[in-house]
Design a protein around this ligand. Structure first.
Ligand code: ADP
Length: 274
């Protein structure tokens, strides 16, 4: 599924046994906030499902944009399957936040997924049979093939997100970055997206997903990353959700309640993370 770029992998790396993502000493930001994220180090293994949590402004989107090549990083390295991500940002599929997408743009589901093929097709060329086959395969993978001729604006929230997952996969990557796909969706859409994530897990796709839903992060993911400009904790939920770590990320704006075996974590997300 994963297509290797033409360039050589990062020196001294055995590509066959490489982690899916390695981020080392990463620093990235904006002219007005140069160090939005700094000193970020982590490894994600192939097929792992990792959730990234942290308050508003913690740098979750910036981290994704840096990995996807949409924000330049001024320090550190990012490698995908052992290849420096600068040699080909198309090695990762990035699904932006819902509100960053223009849903009124008059395109069909098929067209949206074909857009994921743009780099493969090349500028000023037409799609060929392989591109159409790949689009169909990805629509089937996310359970949206029967909607291929539907206008994107006419879909439900869960369906729209699944189409964008298909678009990211259509660039022939097996590493996905999903920025808050559960934000603003109802319970049934949430279940649809989770079912799609399970299909991707079975296909060995590596998923990094930013969310504000701490309960879901605990129950549905292999690992959690708690971020506040830098990584506060990364690992299994029980290692990450300690009172010290949660206080470091959310300050006093978080409560942990025990109800029998269940742990309920409530974060006040209205404040800014700084
Ligand atoms: P999160 O996704 O965790 O809410 P972001 O990555 O959006 O956090 O933001 C991290 C920091 O970068 C914040 O201080 C935010 O104000 C700043 N930031 C985000 N996007 C931009 C931008 N386009 N220009 C300038 N600063 C930005």
């Amino acid at each position: 599924m994963f297509t290797r770029p033409n360039s050589a992998p990062t020196a001294n790396v055995n590509v066959e046994r490489c982690p899916a993502v390695i981020v080392q000493r990463l620093g990235a930001g904006y002219p007005s906030d140069r160090d939005a994220i700094h000193d970020i180090n982590f490894v994600v293994h192939p097929g792992e499902r990792v959730s990234i949590i942290g308050p508003n402004g913690a740098g979750k989107s910036t981290l994704f944009k840096a990995i996807a090549g949409l924000v330049a990083h001024h320090t550190g390295e990012i490698s995908i399957h052992g290849y420096d991500c600068r040699s080909s940002h198309s090695m990762v599929g990035y699904v932006p936040q819902y509100e960053d997408i223009d849903w009124h743009f008059p395109v069909t589901v098929n067209d949206v997924v074909m857009m994921g093929r743009v780099r493969k097709i090349g500028m000023f060329r037409w799609p060929v049979r392989r591109d159409y086959q790949e689009v169909e395969r990805r629509l089937e993978q996310v359970g949206m093939a029967q909607f291929r001729q539907r206008q994107i604006g006419e879909l439900s929230g869960g369906q729209k997100r699944r189409v964008f997952i298909a678009r990211a996969l259509a660039q022939e990557t097996d590493v996905l970055l999903l920025d808050e796909p559960f934000s603003g969706v109802d319970a049934s859409a949430e279940q649809e997206i989770l079912a799609t994530l399970d299909v991707l897990r079975a296909a060995g796709v590596t998923v990094l997903l930013a969310t504000h839903d701490l309960g879901m992060a605990t129950s549905q993911f292999d690992k959690l990353m708690l971020l506040k400009r830098t990584i506060i904790a990364y690992g299994q939920p029980e290692e990450v959700f300690t009172p010290q770590n949660l206080r470091a990320a959310y300050g006093g704006r978080i409560g942990v309640f025990h109800q029998g075996d269940e742990v309920i974590i409530l974060a006040d997300e209205h404040g800014h993370g700084d």
